[in-house]
Design a protein around this ligand. Structure first.
Ligand code: FE2
Length: 276
């Protein structure tokens, strides 16, 4: 039988433990940004695009739990990476639309030599969000593509409408492209099932937040994907397509992150033939 003193010590330890985990996941980890460097091998990448750097920001979810100051800090960190291109992969606000103008204002400070591109997520209003971002100089791609030139060389940057909230149409998105490399912004990684048959080389996705809460030895208990935890975060190879799922920087549903730190990704493109 345990003594009263041992019981009280144990109970205090338990309460302190719960409070520590609570403070960490509510206050510390959601603001503890991780910058990931990822090399992407692309077949037949034109020489002038060798070493091109793309920074990805996803799932900002500006709301009272993801304040403007934090977004400002993320923008500063992205700019410090000096990317050639910036990719924003959807979910700019969470809940109320009142946050849209302030997130767009912060994102207008992003600096990339060859453009800032965006797609919408399932929390975005197609017309209002696209219009607000476009007015801030961000190129919103909804089932469309643009060629990106470096002298005579080029590749394609494409973006699709959201799989859940919009009408994702790959045929329209890729209409008129040729055999040059194709890079796609796509909010929801579940779309890979369709994308992998289209010849797209590289997909940047978000949406999952890496589960937001990731239990040691178990992984994320909740991932909003029909594939469960399969595409929760990280790099995937499907057929000839490479997909990267970014954990995002904001939160939704619960204002916590646990072993799923907010992430900014910096991709460096390299020709797969030269990198073997
Ligand atoms: Fe999201």
């Amino acid at each position: 039988m345990i003594s009263r003193r041992t019981f009280i010590k144990g109970a205090c330890g338990y309460v302190l433990g719960v409070m520590s985990v609570g403070s960490y996941s509510c206050l510390l980890e959601p603001r503890w940004i991780e910058i990931k460097n990822v090399f992407i091998n692309i077949r037949a990448l034109p020489e002038r695009f060798e070493g091109m750097r793309i920074a990805q920001l996803s799932d900002i979810h500006h709301c009272k739990y993801v304040p403007r100051e934090f977004i400002k800090k993320c923008v500063r960190k992205v700019n410090a990476l000096s990317p050639d291109i910036i990719a924003l992969t959807g979910d700019f606000v969470y809940g109320s639309k009142e946050f849209l103008s302030s997130v767009a204002e912060e994102l207008s400070e992003l600096k990339a030599k060859e453009g800032v591109f965006a797609v919408l997520g399932n929390h975005d209003n197609k017309d209002v969000t696209a219009d607000t971002l476009a007015k801030r100089g961000i190129r919103v791609l909804i089932n469309e593509h643009v060629p990106l030139y470096r002298k005579k060389d080029y590749l394609f940057i494409a973006g699709v409408d959201d799989l859940w909230a919009g009408k994702l149409n790959l045929e329209t998105t890729l209409k008129g492209v040729d055999s040059k490399p194709k890079i796609l912004l796509c909010h929801n990684p579940d779309a890979i099932e369709r994308i992998k048959h289209t010849g797209i080389d590289f997909v940047m996705a978000g949406h999952t937040h890496g589960g937001q809460v990731c239990l040691p030895l178990y992984g994320p208990p909740i991932v909003y994907s029909k594939f469960g935890t399969r595409y929760a975060s990280g790099l995937f190879h499907e057929e000839r397509t490479i997909m990267y799922v970014n954990k995002g920087i904001g939160v939704s549903n619960f204002p916590v992150r646990f072993f799923a730190r907010p992430e900014i990704t910096l991709f460096t493109l390299q020709n797969s033939l030269q990198s073997v």
